[in-house]
Design a protein. Structure first.
Length: 318
């Protein structure tokens, strides 16, 4: 997934939510709809989410320093985690509070047709925002399903925006149904139920995003496909007899670290070894471009010797 694609989706969502939020609050004030107020808070939270994602992306581009020698790439994970937990949860808890309060107060709706019009327009605008996010995600996910893409993506922006837009559209449908049923039946309990449904939805999305971004913050390695490509790059070089062990770690969404201990022939000279390491690094970066930080430790492999992991002997290189 390109950073450019993620940024485009974030900006599209920010513009949509900023305009929608103002309209929702006006409609909530005129109608007294709890669903409409909850949706207004939801849109403000969403707009705040997008601002945080943009700030995180900007801070992640800072140059490495002595205190942060691997750079600031994980800033994007930190801000995505803040988005997932604080803003989504705050929006969800507020919606639950408003829904319960509406159940207790039974305050009648005024001018219910106003929120219905606003919600209809908001559904159209959110659909365009979601369409942009899906288009950008399709460029990056390849053959993966959207669910797999959200679970496995290392760049947090598009998965966050996808879930956010899906939650926004679903929340709008809940609000429309709540207000519409209240108008048809004359019972404001439906507006309260719609508000509570929005709260449950937002909290559910917060939990999903929190789990995924926590995993990225703790540290994830390369995908199986990329590990296979990296191993193939090592195995293709004639100086490598075995991969004794290898570890990978994402330092940021666009920077993968590869550390490997490899067996080389006993007769390899220092100059030959240095040349071989450089060639292997070039091959790994050609196979997996995000593998920017590579550490290779040469060693002598003896069959039957215990290592931290089972050595992978390369056929034809014994």
């Amino acid at each position: 997934m390109s950073t450019e694609g993620g940024t485009k989706a974030v900006i599209a969502a920010l513009l949509a939510n900023s305009g929608i939020a103002v309209t929702k609050f006006v409609a909530a004030a005129l109608s007294g709809s709890a669903s409409m107020l909850a949706e207004g808070v939801h849109s403000v939270a969403d707009a705040g989410n997008q601002v945080l994602l943009l700030v995180g992306g900007r801070r992640a581009r800072k140059e490495a320093t002595e205190t942060h020698p691997f750079g600031y790439g994980r800033e994007r994970y930190v801000f995505a985690f803040v988005v997932a937990i604080i803003l989504f949860s705050v929006g969800g808890m507020f919606s639950l509070y408003e829904g319960v309060n509406k159940l207790e107060s039974h305050e009648e709706l005024k001018l219910p047709w106003i929120p219905l019009i606003v919600l209809s327009v908001a559904i159209v605008l959110e659909s365009f925002s979601l369409r942009t996010a899906v288009i950008e995600a399709n460029k990056a996910r390849g053959t993966e399903s959207l669910i797999a893409f959200i679970r496995h993506a290392k760049q947090p922006e598009l998965p966050v925006i996808l879930l956010e837009d899906i939650a926004a559209l679903t929340g709008l449908v809940f609000a429309f149904a709540g207000v519409g049923l209240s108008l048809l039946t004359g019972d404001v309990i439906w507006d309260a139920i719609g508000t509570i449904a929005i709260g449950v939805l937002l909290i559910g999305v917060a939990v999903i995003l929190g789990i995924e971004t926590k995993s990225l913050l703790v540290g994830e390695g390369a995908s199986r496909a990329d590990v296979t490509k990296i191993r193939a790059a090592f195995e293709a070089h004639t100086s490598v007899e075995a991969i004794i062990h290898m570890k990978t770690l994402y330092l940021g969404p666009d920077e993968l670290m590869v550390a490997a201990k490899v067996a080389v022939p006993k007769t390899t000279k220092a100059t030959e070894l240095a040349k071989a390491i450089n060639e292997i690094e070039d091959a790994v970066r050609a196979a997996v471009p995000v593998a920017r930080v590579i550490y290779i430790e040469p060693d002598i492999y003896v069959a039957g010797t215990k290592t931290s992991t089972d050595a992978i002997v390369i056929p034809g290189h014994d």
